[in-house]
Ligand binder design. Structure first.
Ligand code: NCD
Length: 301
């Protein structure tokens, strides 16, 4: 079996490929590219809830003229008839499925699929490990805003430990020369996250006046048994609210991969803040995914 290109995490892309995907995303935004995936069958299979990622992968595939099949995990023989992941992947490839987009709560699940699937696999989120297309669209949104990210300060705030988005985004931002400041309590952000170019900060208020961008994270309650502090304690330390917004630089932007929990990591004043970029991130998600699919199937430069 020929190993085809997959996107399991950002490290699968070198600097040129990253730049190429961002260029293509911008070009697709300016002008829809037509049916670059005509005749390519894409299967989306999401073993975890998804609104944005699922819909934007579907839209991206449809806009590129692909044949799109959405498999519900509950209906797979994998779930009820004892078929293995490996046999499922081989079966789908035999039908000529070219692309598998997979989300799964198990870390490494898309990697397992990629080892035996004769086609391209895109990781749409595996447990708390990685979510490369979300990281790409977040980084693209930052580049769109600031052009060059070198020496820009990006604060990523909250439950870093359980956030696959944060894990992928941190790698990408670091590679592009941004100063990454991770902000959160010990239980959501072990001190071990600090390394060259990545700082751990406990005091949200201290970093706000220095940030070019603040990326808020949802507390990933589905990934741990017990909340390590009360909601009130979390809110007091880490919720972005009206008072904290006023301490930001005037040109600072605020982002969130979604879904956001009103009242926890942000209050409603954030949704009216001039630099709130969430909807822009969501919009960028479609063209990023078009660019990723085109890159994997048709190749780069
Ligand atoms: C995230 C995810 O599923 O990892 N959402 C997304 O894909 N945009 C983040 C989250 O669930 O909080």
């Amino acid at each position: 079996m020929r190993i085809r290109r997959s996107l399991l995490d950002l490290d699968d892309l070198d600097a040129d490929e990253l730049a190429y995907i961002f260029e293509r995303t911008a070009a697709f935004e300016r002008k829809p590219p037509g049916p670059l995936l005509k005749g390519v069958a894409c299967v989306n299979v999401f073993f975890e809830a998804s609104t944005r990622t699922f819909t934007s992968f579907n839209l991206a595939q449809l806009r590129l003229g692909a044949d799109v099949i959405n498999l519900s995990p509950r209906d797979l023989s994998l779930s009820t008839k004892g078929e293995t992941v490996e046999d499922t992947a081989v079966t789908l490839a035999a039908m000529g499925i070219g692309v598998l987009v997979v989300r799964h709560p198990e870390v490494g699940f898309p990697q397992r699929v990629a080892m035996c699937f004769d086609g391209h696999v895109v990781n749409a989120g595996d447990g708390g490990h990685a979510h490369p297309t979300q990281a790409l669209l977040d980084i693209y949104t930052l580049i769109d805003e600031f052009r060059n990210l070198a020496n820009r300060t990006v604060a990523i705030v909250g439950d870093v430990e359980h956030s696959r988005v944060a894990h992928s985004t941190i790698r990408g931002l670091h590679r592009l020369g941004a100063k990454v400041v991770l902000v959160g309590p010990e239980s959501f952000l072990p001190a071990g996250y600090a390394r060259e170019g990545v700082v751990v900060e406990r005091d949200f208020d201290a970093i706000l006046p220095h940030a070019d961008a603040v990326v808020l994270l949802r507390i990933q309650r589905e990934r741990f048994a017990e909340m390590p502090m009360t909601d009130e304690e979390y809110i007091a330390g880490y919720r972005l609210d009206e008072r904290r917004l006023q301490t930001l630089r005037p040109e600072a932007i605020v982002m969130h991969p979604g879904p956001y929990n009103r009242g926890m990591e942000l209050d409603e004043s954030v949704l009216d803040y001039a630099g709130w970029r969430y909807l822009k991130q969501v919009r960028n998600g479609v063209c990023i995914r078009m660019a990723v699919l085109d890159f994997l199937v048709n190749g780069g430069r």
